[in-house]
Design a protein around this ligand. Structure first.
Ligand code: SAT
Ligand code: MN
Length: 590
């Protein structure tokens, strides 16, 4: 195991800035050992075996689930903690009302006290990583220092981690510094702090997902969104999917939905049986970095190389590819177990839970067997629909951007914004029922503009102004759409089947983008007529389609009023153009 960087690569390939920073952190946190990760499979296996020997990881049934392991996080540490997540900019206004804020000196003081000596008795792992294909000019590197081997295993699967990243950092000259310790997991001593002006992150007291895998939400969204604004691109909470029709024409869509609203399922969609010859190519399931290309289009890369997906609900019917992908070489977090050590979760549709996610004998009175935010971590290459273009340095050209939320009422199945500026308003208006992905009440509708509420590393008002600037940066911008798979009737039943059948809606979106589908012009944008969405073979009646595609002016006036109130909380920094778009919709509603 590499205890010094020159055991990973030659001295000339090591950035002195990385070496000095690691030495400084080690001096402060006082680990017993330092391990520089080379990113090799051997390293992954050794670390995994160490965790198994320590009892931190459980080997799952090797006959049914070869290479699969279960990790149980602390019961108080099972989701992102938005109330403990801060953006620390010199001026509070730069962080905006959408972020918790502390001044950088205050935040550093608080975090440095927590980190002081916190790695005594532990190993400090140095994890150099690259977000995006190693050869892509759009990619950005970082180094995460962590005292959790579980985090290292996740970073190995989720990012391009190890020697090549360390070497690229020496060439790039800059990198994001991410310092992480699980500390004592005391929720009172848990903070996730971002310093976008310094390109650094400090995270203490959690070992879970977006709190601890610093390449993901902390770097690839919060810090990257800040950098993207300065450099003229976009870092978004979007899946990237390619849809190939039977004629062999492929369109790439980037779609933003809040956490746990089906991004992984949409990115890995299985076409309905009647859709012979249609193919779905997954580029990414969570994050997209979008750059204006020389040809005037927006080009997307996925900064990640793995999936950290919600397990409950995954089965051969809802997402066959995801289900098959997680039968081997998968790291499970917080699922239940069957009597023969197979992973089990609600919605699996076979087997019986015997041990719950906390390791206790399963008792239905205590709630679900698997935690509702139980996750799988898996390399993206295990997905049968993984697009070879996910490794392309240039990324893929985007035909349409799609926003959506989880809303039982109001938002129709699909509508198209009138133009880019109106599309920015549509994105800013996204609202969704909260899910188990973050600590807090579940099922409450809240504004989640562009699905970035928990992830935008700066003031939303400036973010919308940045979005509105894109017509000056790119001449062939994609069309913008809004979808809602989650409409329900009065009895609470879903009106739309969702999952694979969402392809029927994507098809209309693609045809609109290609200028070959009709639409009704309404006050909120362009909507398909019921007959424009192919429902052949589906048990969805015409009245249901009419309900799914209805725009009720009274309800929408109320929605626009609420949206106006929300937007005005951003005060004087709000771009006037956004309020003009808002006014235009209200006028059209009459
Ligand atoms: O815990 S994560 O932030 O990585 C997952 C999510 O909330 O999308
Ligand atoms: Mn996400």
């Amino acid at each position: 195991m590499a205890t010094a960087p020159q055991q990973v690569t030659t001295l000339s390939q090591i950035s002195p800035a990385v070496r000095d920073w690691v030495a400084e952190v080690a001096g402060h946190t006082k680990p017993d050992r330092v391990h520089w990760c080379d990113g090799s499979d051997e390293e992954f296996q050794v670390l995994r075996q160490e965790l198994v020997s320590d009892g931190e990881l459980l080997t799952l049934n090797p006959q049914t689930h070869p290479g699969c392991h279960l990790y149980r996080s602390h019961p108080s540490d099972v989701a992102r903690v938005e109330h403990l997540t801060f953006v620390c900019t010199t001026s509070q206004a730069d962080a905006g009302p959408n972020n918790h804020w502390l001044s950088p000196p205050d935040a550093h003081r608080r975090m440095d006290a927590l980190f002081n000596g916190c790695m005594r008795g532990r190993t400090l792992y140095v994890v150099p990583y690259c977000m995006g294909p190693l050869q892509s000019p759009s990619s950005r590197c970082g180094v995460e220092i962590t005292d959790s081997a579980y985090v290292v295993l996740n970073m190995h699967l989720m990012t391009r981690m190890g020697r090549p990243a360390l070497e690229r950092i020496a060439r790039d000259g800059s990198f994001v510094k991410g310092l992480h310790s699980t500390g004592d997991l005391n929720p009172e001593r848990r903070f996730i702090m971002h310093f976008p002006e310094e390109l650094s992150i400090k995270s203490f007291g959690s070992g879970y997902g977006g709190n601890a895998l610093l390449g993901k939400k902390c770097h690839a969204l919060r810090i990257a969104s800040w950098q993207a604004r300065q450099e003229g691109w976009l870092a978004e909470h979007m899946l990237i999917v390619g849809v190939e029709n039977p004629a062999g024409e492929t369109h790439y869509l980037a779609c933003a939905f809040p956490s746990a609203c089906g991004k992984t399922n949409l990115a890995m969609l299985i076409p309905p049986l009647a859709y012979k010859g249609w193919k779905i190519w997954t580029l990414g399931d969570d994050i997209a970095w979008l750059h204006p290309g020389k040809d005037g289009r927006l080009w997307a890369i996925n900064p990640e190389s793995g999936y950290f997906g919600v397990v409950p609900g995954t089965n051969a019917k809802t997402n066959r590819n995801a289900y098959e992908m997680i039968q081997h070489d998968t790291l499970y977090t917080n699922v239940a177990l069957t009597a023969d050590q197979q992973p089990w979760w609600e919605g699996l549709e076979s087997g019986q839970p015997v041990v719950d996610w906390q390791g206790r004998p399963y008792d239905s009175k205590r709630g679900p067997a698997a935690h509702p935010n139980a996750r799988f971590t898996v390399a993206a290459t295990q997905n049968p629909g993984y697009s070879p273009l996910a490794e392309s340095a240039a990324g893929v050209p985007i035909s349409a951007l799609v926003f959506g939320g989880r809303r039982r009422e109001l938002a129709p199945l699909v509508y198209q914004a009138r133009d880019w500026s109106h599309g920015v308003l549509v994105g800013a208006s996204v609202a969704s029922e909260t899910t188990a992905a973050a600590v807090g009440e579940v099922g409450v509708v809240r504004r989640d503009p562009m699905a970035m509420k928990p992830f935008c590393g700066y003031n939303f008002a400036d973010y919308w102004a940045h979005w509105l600037s894109f017509p000056t940066r790119a001449t062939k911008l994609p069309h913008i759409f809004h979808v809602n798979w989650f409409r329900r009737d009065k009895a609470g039943t879903f009106l739309w089947p969702g999952f694979g059948d969402n392809l029927r809606v994507l098809r209309w979106i693609i045809d609109r983008s290609a200028g070959r589908a009709a639409a009704n012009e309404t006050a909120i944008g362009f909507l398909p007529k019921p007959e424009d969405i192919d429902v052949s073979g589906l048990d969805v009646s015409l009245p249901t389609m009419q309900e799914l595609l209805a725009v009720d002016p009274a309800l929408w006036r109320q929605e626009m009023k609420d949206l106006g109130e929300y937007l005005r909380t951003f005060g004087a920094r709000l771009p006037p153009k956004l309020m003009e778009e808002h006014k235009k919709v209200l006028e059209r509603l009459g």
